[in-house]
Design a protein. Structure first.
Length: 332
């Protein structure tokens, strides 16, 4: 008798992590369903082209009825909630939308699973974030934030994510649902949207190399982040739902680099050592409140799940620059 394929519903499948996760689950022979928002979602066609075996369901985290329908159609063994209004800068100018989707959307999806009668059978992954820590109350310098560190979000995005994190834990404790939260530090890659600083840099470096633009405009260059590769982190998401018990895990590299460090490596890929004449600071990109440093401690994930990163920071930057040179090339 043939074993039944596991079924997974992925929200945010049109985003960076959604693409990596769709690829991973496909390789593991899951039947994958993806939630897409709106009839004219510009990224829908790209997902259909890259992942023809994924079944797309229209729905919106801010629309509870559509989520109930998505659960009924997908009948999932695993739910990965990756969808969010996830750009920190955007959240300052659109705080209400950010809360409705990134915060209350988690509640809506948890309720859809619970009311469907699948609460005892569906494992739920909630994408939490290092932005919940906020860079303050950093009482263990050098050790990095872990699962027991204090939260102090410094943006509407971080606040909304913290609500989603706590409501997910509440449903785990109140209803006995298998809910695991992954507190992920910054993770980037070739699938990252150009509105994020890392991809903005590598795309600009590629275009400068190809003679398509003269410079790049950025905000602050001094913040430090714990940057890893998105493919490694989505593998960690899957590992959390294969664990015997629902728990929360930090995924991070345990190292920090500044935006200046990222610029240095990216420009080095095109043979430029002094990048400063090509970078201009634009006050429009400064945020009302900035996080100085985010450093994570992945010790629990490494020891309990056996998770570890495979792609180094240097390899990630190189991969991104090479990808964007190929993408921007006239022959592409």
């Amino acid at each position: 008798m043939t074993a039944q394929r596991r079924r997974a519903l992925v929200t945010g499948i049109t985003g960076q992590d959604g693409g990596h996760l769709a690829q991973l689950l496909g390789e593991k022979d899951y039947e994958v369903f993806g939630l897409v928002r709106g009839q004219n979602n510009p990224r829908k066609a790209a997902v259909e082209a890259e992942f023809p075996d994924v079944t797309l369901i229209e729905g919106d985290l801010a629309d509870p009825t559509s989520l109930v329908r998505a659960i009924e159609i997908s009948n999932p063994d695993e739910v990965y909630n990756l969808a969010a209004v996830s750009h920190v800068g955007f959240s300052f100018t659109n705080p209400t939308l950010t809360l409705d989707v990134t915060g209350k959307g988690v509640l809506n999806l948890l309720e859809a699973v619970r009311l469907s009668g699948r609460a005892e059978h569906t494992r739920f992954y909630q994408a939490s974030t290092s932005e919940m820590f906020g860079g303050l109350d950093y009482n263990r310098p050098g050790a990095g934030y872990d699962e027991d560190s204090l939260f102090h979000p410094r943006s509407p995005y971080g606040v909304a994510k913290l609500y989603g994190h706590w409501i997910a834990k509440n449903y785990r404790e109140s209803y006995g649902m298998f809910v695991s939260c992954g507190i992920l530090f910054n993770h980037e890659g070739e699938r990252r949207g150009r509105e994020f600083v890392t991809r903005k840099i590598t795309d600009a470096v590629a275009r400068i190399h190809l003679g398509l633009q003269s410079h790049i405009e950025l905000g602050d260059l001094w913040p430090k982040r714990d940057w890893g590769y998105a493919g490694d982190f989505t593998r960690g998401m899957w590992q959390m739902l294969q664990h015997d018990t629902p728990e929360d895990f930090v995924l991070a590299t345990g190292q920090t680099q500044s935006i200046e460090d990222f610029l240095t490596l990216a420009f080095a890929e095109i043979g430029i050592d002094d990048w400063r004449p090509l970078v201009r600071q634009n006050p429009a990109f400064l945020r009302p409140a900035e996080v100085d440093i985010l450093l994570g401690n992945p010790a629990k994930a490494e020891s309990v799940l056996g998770w570890k990163r495979e792609v180094s920071f240097e390899q990630m930057v190189k991969l991104m620059v090479e990808h964007d040179i190929a993408l921007n090339s006239p022959a592409a």
